[in-house]
Structure formats: structure tokens, C-alpha cells
Design a protein around this ligand. Structure first.
Ligand SMILES: [Zn+2]
Length: 109
């Protein structure tokens, strides 16, 4: 079986700032709105938008096209450090608590 290891190795959290590495929004950054760990996908605010037709719910309401975020695979995003930009997540221990750090500058992510 060709199991995707990035799913189980997901270190990202909600509210993380990530940069998109592939797709139509490549190079853009955004905040994670939602993580689907079972599918290994994230929703990033304002990125990977898809147009969706909205049906009117009542007679007074107009239907139309709405832009919604579509999920991006975790392997296509990378965490952004405030100091050094795109980076990898490392771990450190502080007061016996595991904390996430930037592997480049050591700052807490
Ligand atoms: Zn850093």
C-alpha cells in the first residue's frame, strides 16, 4: 500500500500561517481555517477559492455565485515563520512541555 505519510505527520494547527507551494495560488500565504487530518487537507483563508452556485433559499433571495475556500493537500502547504518565512517545524521542550519551533531560527511557532 502506498500510504501517504504526510497525513499522519501533520504538524500544522488551526490559525497557522502557511504558504501554498502548488496550484493556482502558489506563493500566497494565508491562515488555516480548518484541518482535516483524516484526509490530510487544510482550508486556508482566502486561498484556493472555487466558485460555487448558490441556490436561493426563498423567493426574495437571489441565487448567485459565491467564492468558497476549497481544501489544499497538506503536502502543498508549508508553515511560515514570522522571522524567516517558509520553514520546517521542529520540536523543543520547555518546562517539560513539547513546543513547536522554527527549525531555522528556533522561535516558537
Ligand atoms: Zn524562523
Amino acid at each position: 500500500m502506498n500510504k501517504d505519510i504526510s497525513i499522519t505527520k501533520c504538524k500544522l494547527k488551526k490559525e497557522d500561517t502557511v504558504k501554498v507551494l502548488a496550484g493556482k495560488d502558489v506563493g500566497k500565504t494565508g491562515r488555516i481555517l480548518k484541518i482535516d487530518r483524516t484526509k490530510g487537507r487544510v482550508l486556508v483563508e482566502g486561498l484556493n477559492l472555487v466558485k460555487k452556485a448558490i441556490k436561493p433559499k426563498s423567493q426574495n433571495e437571489k441565487g448567485g455565485i459565491k467564492e468558497l475556500e476549497a481544501s489544499i493537500h497538506i503536502s502543498n502547504v508549508m508553515i511560515v515563520c514570522k522571522k524567516c518565512g517558509v520553514t520546517r517545524i521542529g520540536y523543543n521542550f520547555k518546562n517539560k512541555k513539547k513546543i513547536r519551533i522554527c527549525r531555522k531560527c528556533g522561535d516558537v511557532l
